[in-house]
Design a protein around this ligand. Structure first.
Ligand SMILES: Nc1ncnc2c1ncn2[C@@H]1O[C@H](COP(=O)(O)OP(=O)(O)OP(=O)(O)O)[C@@H](O)[C@H]1O
Ligand SMILES: [Mg+2]
Length: 280
């Protein structure tokens, strides 16, 4: 089966601005990929090309084996835009009904009920959008993207307006979707969130991929920290296998050892290294 999203040699120029400078990226079946990068890195441009909203200058983008922008490709994906706005007078249920009509979904009331339940908005199904908080609207936006059971979900910063509980709802939702075999490409600036939920991370900088891998692959060892009577001491060159020897030496020197910790870089460290402190 072809990948949910396959992008190769993707270039996009807006006049003199090069938003993408030759990007290769794949999102496999049931895979959750996090797309990171500073403001202006080209994340939204990539997602918009996958949706068929923006045309690539050169290169290829395919959704489930169909050319991005084609009817088959659009039918296979769900999309939540970065800056979306729904009509304020529409209720949650009406909005989903409209999207069912747009997407040609025959799921009816049952699908709408399930989706509202999935994003924790069942109680608010008759509430107009204008009477919803930003976080509720964002969750409704995710439900909207899921109308018609797409194989690929493209979420452009879906948790930017959510409080910690709302974010957790979305995280659980993403895990559930993964169990159902949905593939997800997720843009976000919330690194800790990406680290928790994504199988793979791709970091863009100036329209190019500067780093990619699983969070575990990207996290580099950063030495060992040991706490004794004299406080915490760092052994930057040491690894896991050095810990017993280091502790034995300290004990031999008459120190009490209270703890030893193997340090690895967080996704934030990896990110800051990859983008070189750029962005705003
Ligand atoms: N329609 C457009 N016309 C001209 N330039 C554009 C257009 N859309 C995006 N750009 C430029 O392309 C580059 C990439 O923008 P893009 O929106 O893809 O970045 P991003 O990574 O999504 O940023 P952010 O984190 O701020 O959402 C930027 O330099 C931006 O100014
Ligand atoms: Mg963006």
């Amino acid at each position: 089966m072809s990948a949910a999203l396959a992008v190769s040699g993707l270039v996009k120029r807006y006049g003199a601005v090069e938003a993408l400078g030759g990007v290769d990226l794949e999102v496999g079946d049931s895979e959750l990929v996090g797309l990171l990068g500073p403001n202006g890195a080209g994340k939204s441009t990539l997602v918009k090309i996958a949706c068929g909203l923006v045309r690539a200058t050169t290169g290829h983008a395919e959704v489930c084996g169909a050319r991005a922008g084609s009817r088959e490709a659009r039918a296979a994906l769900g999309y939540l835009a970065e800056l979306f706005r729904f009509p304020g007078w529409m209720t949650a249920d009406e909005l989903l009904e409209l999207h069912q009509r747009l997407a040609g979904s025959r799921g009816g009331e049952r699908e709408r009920g399930e989706l509202l339940e999935l994003v924790g908005l069942r109680e608010a199904r008759r509430r107009p959008v204008e009477a919803m908080s930003k976080g509720m609207q964002q969750r409704l936006g995710i439900a909207q993207a899921l109308v018609g059971s797409p194989r690929l979900l493209l979420l452009d910063e879906p948790t930017s307006a959510l409080d910690p509980v709302g974010r957790r709802t979305v995280r659980k939702l993403l895990e559930e979707l993964q169990r159902r075999g949905v593939s997800v490409l997720l843009n976000s600036h919330l690194l800790s969130e990406i680290e928790l939920v994504c199988d793979r991370v791709v970091i863009l900088l100036g329209g190019r991929v500067v780093s990619a891998g699983t969070p575990a692959e990207l996290a580099r060892p950063r030495g060992v920290e040991i706490e004794t009577d004299a406080g915490k001491r760092m052994y930057p060159e040491a690894g896991r296998e050095d810990i017993p020897r280091l502790i034995a030496e300290l004990v031999r020197d008459g120190k009490n050892v209270y703890g030893a910790r193997l340090l690895t870089s967080t996704l934030e460290d990896v990110y800051v290294e990859a983008v070189g402190g750029e962005g705003s």
